[in-house]
Every structure is written in structure tokens, then in C-alpha cells.
Design a protein around this ligand. Structure first.
Ligand SMILES: N[C@@H](CCC(=O)N[C@@H](CS)C(=O)NCC(=O)O)C(=O)O
Length: 224
């Protein structure tokens, strides 16, 4: 199997962290982004949605959408289970992933992109930041972390939240704003898991990938 994408994508990193927790990162190859561009013809031929990550299941058969890939891996590699057996806990894991996917991450990626520009569109930035903060408010409302996001073992919720926290850090570094300032439960969770192997691994992967993207952009500018 091949997992296409890059660690900087919070969706890709969710899947990779899941494989890491299952000890299965070597079960998959990582060819990167086809044609080195998110909209390359090769990429669109594999996945017309045009987004990463996606998984090549078999020659020419592709599976897009991070959470769908995650569910596939839960069935393929059931141990350790990363969704609790207890139904209310399992539902909380699913809710965290869904709120992130629907109400937080899409605008968060746009904000990180906008904020990293030398002269960002302030109005667009403000608009998107307000929208993210509504999403974070939904997350905060339902959040009740213990040792991990749900219960006392890492779950798929942590795999989804750690890349989100990396992006929160990026936004803070580029715009000076802590988007978790009004979310004390999420802020406490960030502090709680910061030194875990899972968080460190995810943050390191994403930071390395960001450096590669920035180096490639600088090289392209130099050639332009
Ligand atoms: N709904 C998709 C979203 C994936 C997504 O938006 N990935 C971003 C990278 S973080 C992407 O590929 N963007 C390409 C683009 O917008 O052109 C999923 O859950 O996998």
C-alpha cells in the first residue's frame, strides 16, 4: 500500500500517527505528492478531489479522505484499537474528528497559508479566524480530556488533535494570536500531551515537512 501526501498536512499526519501507534508505519510506502504539486495531472488522475492524503489500496485503486483511510486501517490493523470499546467514549472520539474536519481544519489551513504571506489580506484573515474560533468553541464545549483526549489511552482523537495543535502553534508564531486562548480545556490538553512521544513525533514530522516546503518555495522563487 502507498499513502500519498506530506506530513505537513494535518489530515495526512492523523493517518501517519495512527499507524505509528499501531507499530505499522512500515506496512505502507510514502511516495509524497505525485508530480510534487497538489493539482498535478498525475495527482488528479489518482484522486479527482485533488486533496491529500489518499491511499493506493491495490494497483490503480485509490481511497481518499483521511477519516475513511483511518477507518480502513482500524479494520486492517485492529491492535491496539484506537477507538474505545465503550460506546459513549467511542462516540466522543468520533465527534472530535468530525468537528475538526467540518468546522476547524479547512479554515485553519487557509489561515496558516494567509498568515505566512508577507502582506496578508487582513480582512480575509480576520474572517477565517472568527470562523475557526467558532469551530474551536464547539470542540471546547464537548471536550473532557483525562490523560488523553478521551480516556486514559491514546485514541484516534489524539491523532487528529495533535496536527491541529501544530497548526495552532504555526498561526500563533506568524500572527501572534493564540487561537486556544478562549478554550481552557483544549489549552490544558495541549500542555498535558506536549511531552508525550505521540505529540513530539507529530510535531517533529510536521516541522520537518514545513521546512522542506519552505525550502522548495524559496528555490522556486529564486528560479522565478
Ligand atoms: N476532506 C479531506 C481534506 C484533505 C485536505 O484538505 N488536504 C489538503 C492538504 S492539508 C489538500 O490536499 N489541499 C489541496 C487543495 O486544497 O488544493 C480529508 O479529510 O482528507
Amino acid at each position: 500500500m502507498k499513502l500519498f501526501g506530506a506530513h505537513l498536512s494535518p489530515y495526512f499526519e492523523r493517518v501517519w500517527l495512527q499507524l505509528h501507534l499501531k507499530g505499522q508505519t512500515d506496512a505502507v510506502d510514502y511516495p509524497g505528492v505525485p508530480g510534487n504539486a497538489l493539482r498535478s495531472p498525475e495527482h488528479l488522475a489518482h484522486n479527482p478531489i485533488g486533496r491529500i492524503p489518499y491511499l493506493e489500496l491495490a494497483e490503480g485503486e485509490f481511497l481518499p479522505e483521511a477519516q475513511v483511510i483511518v477507518e480502513h486501517f482500524e479494520r486492517l490493523f485492529p491492535e491496539p484499537a484506537l477507538r474505545p470499546a465503550d460506546p459513549p467514549h467511542a462516540a466522543r472520539v468520533d465527534l472530535i474528528c468530525r468537528v475538526l474536519d467540518l468546522y476547524v481544519l479547512p479554515d485553519m489551513i487557509l489561515v496558516a497559508r494567509l498568515a505566512s504571506q508577507p502582506d496578508p489580506d487582513r480582512a480575509a484573515l480576520g474572517d477565517k479566524l472568527r470562523s475557526i474560533q467558532s469551530g474551536i468553541g464547539y470542540l471546547e464545549h464537548f471536550f473532557a480530556a483525562q490523560d488523553w483526549a478521551v480516556g486514559d489511552e491514546p485514541t484516534l482523537a489524539d491523532c487528529a488533535l495533535i496536527p491541529f495543535l501544530f497548526f495552532a502553534g504555526l498561526i500563533q508564531k506568524s500572527g501572534g494570536m493564540d487561537i486556544l486562548a478562549d478554550a481552557p480545556k483544549l489549552g490544558a490538553y495541549r500542555a498535558l500531551i506536549a511531552d508525550s512521544d505521540l505529540a513530539r513525533t507529530g510535531f517533529d514530522n510536521m516541522a520537518r515537512s514545513l521546512d522542506q516546503v519552505r525550502a522548495a518555495e524559496a528555490k522556486a522563487r529564486g528560479q522565478g
